[in-house]
Design a binder for this molecule. Sequence first.
Ligand code: PLP
Length: 388
Amino acid sequence: MDAPEIAQVDPFHAMAIGRLAYELAGEGRDVIHMEYGQPSTGAPAAAIATAHRVLDSDPGGYWESTALLDRIARHYCEAYQVDIDREQVILTCGASPAFVLALSSLFVPGARVALARPGYVAYRNSLKTLYLEPVEMACGPAERYQVTAAALDALDPAPDGLILASPANPTGTVIAPQELAAIAEVCRRKNIRVVSDEIYHGLTYEGAAQSTLQHLPDAVVVNSFSKYYSMAGWRLGWLVVPPDRVAAARARMNNLFLTPSVLAQHAGLVAMDETAELESHVRTYARNRERLLAALPSLGLERIAPPDGAFYIYADMAHLTDDSLAFCQKLLRDTGVATAPGVDFDPVDGHRFIRFSFAVSTPLVEEAIARMVPWFAACTAKSTEASV
Ligand SMILES: Cc1ncc(COP(=O)(O)O)c(C=O)c1O
């Protein structure tokens, strides 16, 4: 019998683009970073001031802030009218480890977990790392690149679990409330456990996104300070788990990761009340989104998902390439604009997609557009010539 193999985990190609971008910047090139899904702004000023104070006065040991647990529980009541107990909240070092805790607290090895394709690269790879089986559901523009209740119901056999992301990465699409309710109904009926990634909540342009908890109280929710709170490098996030999984998830957090950093927890607590500053970032993203949406036709990119939230546009560029990684590398070398190749998000069709992250300043988005318009025009002309 063959020896069992270590799980194969795919590379994250946007990281390679990021490395090339920094290499080019090191050579003096003026690079615009639209490859990473992270705010270019820092943490709220008051959060940074708090961190300075804590650094000077706190020994900085292992610690879990009960004030932050309470504040997060209150957030669910205020934002979604959902009552949760502080005990159901588990502080994590960002959404990434929160996934490991969520998946390993819900599923046994070999369990089948459904998810949308395209989707965030780490879902598939975290599942594989934990010896869970990703059941990728091909989602196209007709279903706004999201899982639907009908498609989930049609899976035979039904999966053990489902990962939802709304707003999603790479598309920014939001699942409509009635569809989310219908998905929850299928999950209840078929006993499918849900992990809901709500990391882009707060970053929506057409009305707030609903929490899966509003429809399914036993969903596990993943969230983080990395996006709306503009604190990606602070490595702070949280899980909301139903009472039957609290002990399992907490034991995993403490054994695998201990606690998040003291500085991050103090700063995060303050950040949660810095609404004016955080909303000014959302207004910048809204402006950037408008600029990019207006410019896409002049890039020849018209087949896109409607970006209701997050800070991404995922565009079909099948008329230009069938190798999105090489395309993004050439775009970066020629123009200094770094973008993410679709292959990260979709191993089957992603070779013909590109993702733009617009979490940079509006002048940088405008500069990126100015550089890309002639470049894409030349590209389109070349591919038209080649096809006649
Ligand atoms: C959809 C999604 N979930 C989770 C993460 C991981 O976030 P964190 O920085 O909190 O680990 C990201 C990061 O880009 C993401 O896009």
